[in-house]
Design a protein. Structure first.
Lengths: 100, 569, 108
């Protein structure tokens, strides 16, 4: 990635896009995941534990997603991956919210 | 096979990029967080050094009786007394009391200055909503009142470590939280980047420029990796309610504190009922049972001495005595102020009879893990030996971040092969000097200010902090006026000299210097001087090494000169 | 018990270093091979694992693991520094450390 003589502009755009995906996209995914876990498990674990577990996993998801955003093939796939995972988490949240 | 290897290389390169940038952009802040956080493991000891007036106090077996006699004299009608006994982290005896009538709560001040009388242990949480009442620091052998100088103490460095300074609390928590998140990403991507993590486990090749910086960075990262992972992840969890706030709102509804307030009220009712029973049993005799047997009993039960006593309704028939141990004996116990509060023994004040032992352990597996990680981060449970291990790991983390920052500069400078760097590189080079060497100067200067500012200065603690910040700021300006290597050399020398001379300054300005503290076996205060001396010598050694490099470089042809300069940097 | 853990871990790390040719040559000079150097790596890892036991005998699980991990770091650091600056010391140290550990474990 560092040796990017060809088309610096496009390269920079891709880096910026990946960075955004890593910083903001991953954060969105982490929030949605933690909320989905909290909502889904609140009845099983109790509110306090569900919140704690959601946050514990949320931070791991953030780090994992941020690394995925740079490890994957392209900026587009970074966004696709994080977007899909976020959509899944959002679905989970909606389902849990409907059940509760 | 080849294709797979190629792909692998790509991942490693992209991880290296991510590691470099996430580490750099928040590295300056992370260095400060690690540096002050490492010192914070000894914040009580630092405060003790900064209040040399307390050093003459030696622990004694009759400290508890002295405290009770003093409290009976100055606050006979108080609603409650609290006694902090001397222990292995504090020489003095602290007493505090709360008045019977709950008056308007005085929560003034910003919670940073440590007022002379307040001593250094019984600081409640800031904004804890409790009236801390009045307090005194006593000599633990004579019972005489000690009036130490006001200082921001180790508490400033501790708070700076996660709240920075003068920023709104939530902002500071967000800024530090983002840095912690970047740290977490940097650790993981760093492990992926590091190809030969086991092969290079013991490798350090000194005097080889970029190679040596990389080795130092890797060694401090890998050897203390469990600590780095623990401290970063637990740091995130401690900030979780700020960084991932909405889950709490969702699960607890509009008032997340309601359930906690409910639990507190229930506890208060229970204590009230207990005291009523005690009063019935005691009749009208206002005499209190002696405290020494209760403390002896507590020590037999725990296998460690008691360190805090709370007496509710002292001198009344329903008096209730609560005794707390020196430290928690398990990670899975909540730690309130001073790391205590989870375990206590309750005694009837009138008879001295043991009522029960209370343990506030988290109920579930998840809460246990959360509590244990929080305990590990704060290390308030840690006995002295373990505390030193945490400190050493913290030093490792500080060196890891510092060497990582320098490595970023050196790597790019070696790639440029002598060409002057563009603006971005220069900016990083200069910020590195102030962020790494400058913080060392500022911290040493903070301790110097503690000794040199007039003892009776108003807002003395704030002045100490002002000195710290002014010196740190100056250390960012200085590299702009000097060539880079000269800036490094001068700042490292200044930091080393200031730290190494602290024991001398202490000798000239207090009666708690090494000549007194070592023969007296007061290792708590002597330890500060010795660590300051060691820190100073290490910084001076680094400066001497850099000076030799510069001298050697000056006697060589220009190309080699540049390479050597870069290596030196 | 902390010291016993430290001594065992120190021995373990010295064995791990011995298992690598580069470090073995640092300690004993070039071309020298030790008869049992193939065993050094498994023995080293085994000792690192065993070094948890003294802590477990003195503390509850959570405190024992905390001490152990802290002591592992503290034991690895001197091995790295000695390999860099005084590699010849490591051989004798690797012989003395397990004796010290045993003495500490057997002492009443």
């Amino acid at each position: 990635m560092a040796s990017a003589a060809p088309s610096t502009g496009r390269y920079r755009l891709a880096i910026a896009s990946r960075s955004l995906a890593a910083i903001l996209g991953s954060y969105g995914l982490a929030v949605l995941t933690s909320l989905a876990i909290t909502a889904g498990l609140a009845n099983v674990l109790g509110a306090r534990d569900a919140v704690t577990l959601g946050r514990m996993i949320g931070f791991l998801v953030y780090a994992g997603a941020a690394i995925w955003a740079f490890g994957c093939r392209s900026a587009e796939s970074a966004w696709t991956g994080i977007g899909l995972a976020s959509a899944l988490a959002a679905l989970g949240l909606l389902a849990a919210g409907g059940a509760a | 096979m080849k294709g797979r290897k190629g792909q692998d290389l790509g991942l490693r390169q992209s991880m290296s990029w991510l590691h470099g940038w996430s580490g750099l952009l928040l590295g300056w802040l992370l260095f400060a967080i690690f540096f002050t956080g490492t010192i914070a493991y000894f914040r009580q000891e630092v405060t003790a050094w900064m209040q040399p007036e307390t050093a003459a106090s030696r622990p004694s077996p009759q400290a508890a009786e002295l405290a009770i006699a003093k409290l009976a004299a100055v606050a006979p009608d108080a609603a409650s007394w609290r006694i902090s006994l001397p222990n292995d982290r504090s020489n003095t005896l602290g007493i505090s009391w709360r008045k019977a009538q709950p008056e308007t709560r005085a929560r003034g001040g910003n919670g940073r200055g440590e007022r002379g009388g307040e001593g250094n242990r019984n600081r409640g949480r800031r904004g804890g909503g409790r009236d801390r009442g009045e307090s005194l620091t006593l000599d633990a052998t004579t019972g005489a009142t000690i009036t130490p100088r006001e200082t921001a103490g180790g508490t400033f460095l501790y708070r700076f470590h996660f709240e920075l300074y003068a920023l709104p609390r939530e902002w500071a928590r967000w800024i530090v939280g983002i840095a912690t998140m970047a740290m977490f990403v940097a650790i993981i991507s760093g492990v992926i980047t590091h190809k030969k993590i086991f092969k290079d486990f013991f490798t350090f090749r000194p005097a080889k420029g970029q190679r040596s910086w990389l080795d130092a960075h890797n060694a401090t990262a890998v050897l203390a990796l469990p600590f780095h992972l623990m401290i970063t992840y637990s740091g995130l969890l401690l900030f979780a309610s700020t960084l991932l706030p909405w889950a709490g709102d969702m699960a607890f509804g509009e008032d997340p504190r309601a359930s906690r307030a409910e639990a507190r009220a229930a506890q208060a009712r229970e204590v009230e009922a207990l005291q009523a029973r005690l009063a019935d049993a005691a009749g009208t005799d206002p005499a209190m049972a002696p405290i020494a047997p209760m403390l002896a009993r507590a020590e037999r039960i725990w296998g460690q001495p008691a360190s805090r006593i709370t007496i509710t309704d002292p001198g009344k028939p329903g008096a209730l005595v609560e005794v707390l141990p020196t430290r928690n004996d398990s990670l899975a116990q909540h730690s309130g102020s001073g790391g205590l509060g989870a375990v206590k023994l309750r005694f009837a004040g009138a008879t001295g009879a043991l009522i029960d032992e209370q343990r506030d352990a988290p109920g579930s597996a998840i809460a246990t893990i959360d509590t244990a990680l929080g305990s590990l981060h704060r290390a308030r449970f840690a006995p002295p030996g373990l505390r030193w291990l945490f400190f050493l790991a913290g030093v490792g983390g500080t060196v890891m971040v510092g060497s990582g920052l320098v490595l970023w500069s050196v790597k790019r400078a070696e790639k440029r092969k002598g060409a002057p760097g563009h603006f971005g590189h220069k900016l990083v080079d200069h910020l590195n000097v102030g962020a790494v060497a400058g913080l060392c100067i500022a911290t040493a200067g903070y301790f110097w200010a503690n000794r040199l500012l007039p003892a009776r200065l108003d807002d003395r603690g704030e002045w100490e902090i002002a000195c710290f910040l002014a010196i740190w700021l100056a250390s960012f300006v200085h590299p702009l006026l000097r060539p880079l290597r000269a800036a490094w050399l001068e700042q490292l020398t200044a930091a080393g000299a200031l730290f190494a001379a602290l024991p001398v300054l202490n000798l000239m300005t207090s009666h708690a210097h090494l000549g007194v503290t070592v023969p007296a076996g007061n290792w708590m205060v002597a330890g500060f001087d010795l660590v300051a001396l060691a820190t100073g010598l290490a910084l001076l050694a680094a400066a001497a090494k850099l000076r030799r490099r510069i001298a050697r470089a000056a006697s060589k042809p220009p190309v080699a000169t540049h390479a050597a300069r870069l290596a030196a940097e | 018990m902390e010291l016993a853990t430290f001594a065992l871990a120190l021995t373990g790390f010295i064995l791990l270093a011995l298992a690598m040719k580069r470090h073995r040559e640092q300690m004993f000079g070039k071309g020298r091979d030790l008869p049992l150097s193939r065993l050094a790596r498994p023995a080293g890892f085994a000792l690192l694992g065993l070094s948890l036991l003294p802590c477990l005998s003195a503390y509850g699980l959570s405190m024992a693991v905390t001490w152990w991990l802290g002591l592992l770091t503290a034991a690895a650091a001197p091995v790295l520094l000695l390999l860099t600056y005084r590699p010849a010391v490591l051989g004798p140290l690797g012989a003395v450390a397990p004796v010290v550990a045993l003495a500490l474990l057997l002492a009443p």
